[in-house]
Design a protein around this ligand. Structure first.
Ligand code: IPE
Ligand code: IPE
Ligand code: MG
Length: 244
């Protein structure tokens, strides 16, 4: 790992945690069991990412489209989310992880909203990493919400004349969050599925065949190694190192 540390790392590493269902199916388990295994894996991945000294990490936990799944699966996920954070909030805080929840949170259960509020009120004393949990998140929904916020500003017509990409960002859920540099999607699917639409404009993509509950330390190392060799040009001619 010492070697990788000297290489260019993403400032913001994002994960589309996919494949919990297939992982469970292959083992004859329920999809909910797959999500539980996926949640435990998320905890471990946090440790590895912290070890690399990566400052921003985001995960796609539940999309605005995931409500289309069976009632049983949705209910299982809606119970798992507050359980997970009740169990691990103190540990994450101890590790210096500041957890931010991103999405339309008012549609989540009261117990989920309660733990979100509690975690917001008790950030770590020594922050090491910002972890963004996308929950009931959709990139298109985020952009629509941003437009709604802009239209509700005191003088929307004046704003219309002045609106730039940078000012538009102020209306997104987390204006201060740096854009993802690397988006890792597990379980072999090669699509964004409505994740970070605005923010992913110049992200690098890495697809791992591993199901999320099996995504291991070596898989992470491989993703970061691959990223370190990518040339990011942002439309220009030469490779630029945007953030280091
Ligand atoms: C990702 O795993 C977790 C969520 C979307 C909540 P999936 O449940 O999508 O797993 P597959 O894609 O069916 O294997
Ligand atoms: C994306 O995975 C959403 C999350 C990981 C939370 P999906 O499994 O929902 O994506 P699709 O349906 O295969 O595109
Ligand atoms: Mg999936």
């Amino acid at each position: 790992m010492a070697q990788t540390e000297e290489k260019r790392l993403p400032r913001h590493l994002a994960f589309i945690m996919d494949g919990n269902g297939r992982w469970a199916q292959e083992r004859g388990l329920s999809r909910s069991a797959g999500h539980r295994a996926g949640a435990e894996r998320l905890r471990e991945v946090c440790y590895w990412v912290l070890d690399y000294g990566i400052r921003h990490m985001s995960v796609y936990a539940f999309s605005t489209e995931n409500w289309r799944r069976s009632k049983q699966e949705v209910n299982g996920l809606m119970r798992l989310i507050p359980d997970f954070f009740q169990r691990y909030a103190a540990e994450l805080r101890e590790l210096g992880v500041t957890v931010h929840f991103v999405g339309d949170l008012e549609e989540l259960s009261p117990s989920t909203q309660k733990i979100i509020e509690k975690m917001r009120a008790t950030p770590p004393d020594q922050p090491e990493m910002d972890l963004y949990i996308c929950l009931n998140y959709g990139g298109r929904r985020e952009i629509v919400r941003a437009v709604q916020k802009a239209l509700r500003s005191p003088d929307p017509l004046a704003l219309a004349d002045q609106l730039t990409e940078e000012r538009f960002r102020d209306f997104l859920y987390l204006p201060g969050m740096p854009d993802p540099d690397l988006i890792v999607r597990t379980a072999g699917e090669q699509r964004l599925s409505n994740f970070w639409l605005w923010q992913a404009a110049y992200a690098e993509f890495y697809y791992s065949p591993a199901y999320w509950p099996d995504f291991g330390q070596a898989d992470l190392a491989q993703a970061l190694e691959t990223y370190s060799h990518r040339q990011r040009r942002y439309g220009g001619e030469k490779s630029v190192d945007a953030h280091h």
